[in-house]
Design a protein around this ligand. Structure first.
Ligand code: CTP
Ligand code: MG
Length: 450
């Protein structure tokens, strides 16, 4: 069996960018920088253009890179009116998209390279105005701390996280951000040392590259992992990381150490032959038209809705074991894995205390007519039980879909779409429908298997 270090050496060979790709990115970036500087000058803006993110840090993955360029504005400027519009002007003749994070930013395709142009403010450390203001400081910090060896190690960490489905801090994933991967690798000095440490992490583990001067555990009480940002010790870089994605990463680290191989970098390979066909008749799904809105908003709403529906299904008596979601161009799907799509053919009714003479007598009289059993429980109350047709998950969910916000706490932003276009599928129908959103929800449901 290969050792972890031998495997890492092989992986590195695949992750080293070619000179040609590097040159292509560099040229596109330089071209964008001069375009931006030209617009800034012609508008008389007080602003500076800086390259940031993984391209500036030398931690990007070949074949999969967006260059991050920041327009660092004077604090008097407006991110949208000055920054975003300068970006759009510089990219006037290019394919562009406007995306929404905390603030809008632009993406432009230049010579086959996607460049993200993010406006932010030129502020002193700690005097942050927008969320992106820390980025130039991140770049300054990492340029000081990373050498060629650490850059390659970071690429290995990111490739591993990507393959395991835990990379990306967006709401859809709630995984590790690129910067978090960089800092974790730096903290332990190599990918393998990170992996060896991660398998021993406890709840609320604190990992740092600069010793924080304050009690970070008490600031981030419920965080499963705490990684203070070296340029802002109060910020937890792992704040957006879900317990599930952290746990999945730890399981993957266990697997890598017990059976080191390049397979762990190739997406889920699974040690076991799993017959998930067994689960086919335990699936329940809701499909609806995808409203057009920013991804971050949409995914926040999808998860909220999925949780609300799962809770109501549980209250109705179904055992929701797991759920997940997926989207495609036109639809969104939520898939539930249920212990059984039918339940509760025994209906229990709780009656009055046995000492309440009148209530007791009328309960017994009425229930003897329609119930199979009538008895007194250990708590002194009367009970009766009937056997009836089982509840069908399909009809319970169909009923919830009629007023999802009121009945299940679904997100308001999805209510109209769910009410007007929502369709409920059960069992084999879920697999046979052939919609992109359903298959990605199913894939996500089965992903992360140990
Ligand atoms: N950033 C951050 N926290 C996030 C996302 C982004 O602090 N959750 C900041 C960091 O300064 C990061 C920069 O934004 O360096 C660029 O972010 P992004 O492109 O998402 O990450 P990269 O590190 O560039 O990783 P990738 O290679 O996946 O683009
Ligand atoms: Mg990036």
């Amino acid at each position: 069996m290969a050792s972890p270090d031998e495997v890492v050496e092989k992986v590195k060979a695949r992750l080293a960018p070619s000179e040609e790709e590097e040159r292509r990115l560099r040229n596109a970036t330089n071209e964008m920088i001069s375009r931006l500087e030209r617009v800034i000058r012609s508008r008389g803006l007080e602003a500076e253009v800086r390259v940031g993110g993984s391209f500036a840090h030398g931690t990007w993955l070949p074949g999969d890179v967006d260059v991050d360029v920041f327009i660092v504005l004077d604090t008097g400027a407006d991110l949208e009116r000055d920054g975003l519009s300068a970006a759009l002007e510089a990219a006037r003749d290019l394919r562009t998209e406007v995306r929404y994070a905390e603030h809008p930013y632009a993406r432009a395709l230049l010579d086959g390279v996607w460049i993200e142009i993010v406006p932010c403010y030129n502020v002193k450390r700690g005097e942050w105005i927008s969320a992106a203001d820390r980025s130039p400081y991140h770049t300054e910090y990492l340029k000081k701390r990373l050498d060629d060896d650490l850059r390659m190690e970071t690429r290995v960490t990111k490739a591993f996280m990507k393959a395991q489905g835990v990379y990306g801090a967006e709401i859809r994933v709630r995984g590790f951000s690129g910067y978090l991967a960089e800092i974790l690798t730096l903290a332990y000095g190599s990918f393998v040392d990170l992996v060896r440490a991660a398998v021993g992490w406890g709840m609320g583990e604190v990992v740092y590259v600069e010793k924080p001067g304050l009690d970070v555990k008490s600031i981030h009480r419920n965080a499963p992992l705490i990684v203070p940002d070296p340029v802002d010790e109060r910020r937890n870089l792992a704040a957006a990381l879900s317990m599930e994605k952290l746990g999945r990463f730890i399981l993957a680290c266990d697997r890598f150490l017990s059976e080191p191989s390049e397979d762990h970098f190739l997406g889920f390979t699974g040690g076991r032959a799993r017959d998930v066909g067994l689960l086919n008749d335990k699936l329940l799904a809701l499909v609806f038209a995808k409203p057009s809105k920013p991804d971050e908003v949409l995914w926040g709403e999808i998860w909220r809705t999925a949780k609300g529906l799962a809770k109501q299904l549980n209250i109705a008596g179904f055992n929701v074991v797991k759920f997940s979601a997926g989207v495609d161009d036109r639809t969104a799907s939520i898939v539930f894995l249920l212990d059984n799509v039918k339940c509760c053919s025994l209906r229990l009714r709780r009656g009055p205390f046995v000492f309440m003479r009148d209530a007791r007598r009328s309960f017994v009289k009425a229930r003897l007519k329609d119930s199979l059993l009538v008895w007194v429980g250990e708590d002194g109350r009367l009970y009766s039980m009937t056997v009836s047709e089982p509840l069908e998950a399909r009809s319970v969910l169909t009923d919830l879909v009629k007023s999802p916000v009121e009945k299940a706490g679904a997100a308001r932003g999805l209510e109209r779409s769910i009410r007007e276009t929502g369709r409920v599928l059960v069992g084999e129908e879920v697999r046979d429908e052939g919609l992109g959103s359903l298959s990605s929800a199913l894939r996500a449901l089965l992903e992360g298997d140990a």
